[in-house]
Write a protein that binds this ligand. Structure first.
Ligand code: ADP
Ligand code: MG
Length: 284
């Protein structure tokens, strides 16, 4: 009964389901006292058994990055009952970038560049805070409102990690969403911030043509294609209106060797983004 309201401890009433992911259901929630709307991520403790540290980690990371940047969702509140954990965020009513790409077919190059520049600025901020997101994909990028030029927001820090130093390769566990995962994750040689730049390359490709670069019949083939960097700007008719500058940006983000891949700062200096207007709504 997804549309039925229920009372969340203390002060919220939950409403319709906004989305769901691996461990969580996200519901619209109204703060009864103020009448303000939020998005409430409801995490079932039973499902998370043995992985409670993931939620603690998500909260710790959010405390570090959220409210520090306009394009990162803010965590407003956190509480638990015997069954669930609740994380209350800014409500993004414009839906996922994923659905927006699917509805449009693909983005025009100038619009894609503006969006990617804005997201990359937020990624640079996250990296400067010593965090690697590790699950950047259009399902985790949300529009703040339904307006055509609404702010884009980075959400879902469930797989993110604090990198204690600036060392390049520290993390070894295999995680993420296969199509967006960098080669070094599969190779288990250790990974860090460059995995987010790779994912941004995949997202850029997806925005420009409407499909992802390493989509194959099986996950095994997909992984092999990623490790080999085997993708092309094909079929040609989908790429006819895409400039060489945009292609070179994708090629650079999809550099197999993480040590040669641009950093977020370097990607922002690429001429495809350097000339793009940022994608944002000016404050009133
Ligand atoms: P998971 O870790 O399970 O993937 P997410 O944090 O990505 O959970 O949330 C799952 C989905 O819920 C998102 O893909 C999105 O559709 C929706 N969602 C998450 N946060 C918000 C929010 N702040 N506002 C609106 N919808 C949200
Ligand atoms: Mg998610």
């Amino acid at each position: 009964m997804p549309s039925q309201s229920s009372t969340v401890p203390c002060q919220y009433r939950t409403g319709k389901t906004l989305g769901s992911g691996t461990y969580a259901i996200v519901k619209e929630a109204i703060h009864i006292k103020t009448g303000k709307y939020y998005a409430c991520k409801v995490i079932n403790k039973k499902l998370m058994e043995g992985r409670e540290h993931m939620v603690r980690n998500e909260i710790a990371v959010l405390k570090r990055v959220s409210s520090g940047h306009k394009h990162i969702v803010t965590l407003h509140d956190y509480f638990e009952t015997s069954h669930n954990l609740y994380l209350c965020f800014d409500l993004c009513t414009g839906g996922e970038l994923f659905d927006s790409i699917c509805a449009k077919g693909h983005y025009y190059e100038a619009d894609a560049a503006a969006l990617i520049r804005t997201i990359f600025e937020a990624v640079k901020y996250i990296h400067d805070c010593g965090i690697v997101h590790r699950d950047l994909k259009p399902e985790n990028l949300l529009f703040r409102s339904k307006a055509p030029d609404a702010d884009i927001m980075i959400a879902d820090f469930g797989l993110s990690r604090v990198m204690d130093t600036n060392k390049l390769s520290l993390l070894t566990e295999i995680c993420g969403t296969p199509g967006y995962m960098a080669p070094e994750i599969f190779k288990k040689v250790g990974h860090g911030k460059p995995v987010d730049v790779w994912a941004m390359g995949v997202i850029t490709y997806f925005l420009l043509c409407g499909y992802t670069p390493f989509d194959r019949d099986t996950q095994q083939q997909e992984m092999e294609a990623i490790i080999a960097g085997d993708y092309a700007f094909e079929p040609a008719e989908y790429w006819a209106n895409v400039s060489d500058t945009a292609r070179s940006f994708v090629i650079e983000c999809l550099t197999i060797d993480p040590t040669s891949r641009p950093t977020a700062e370097e990607a922002l200096a690429h001429k495809w983004l350097a000339s793009a207007e940022p994608h944002f709504v000016p404050d009133p």
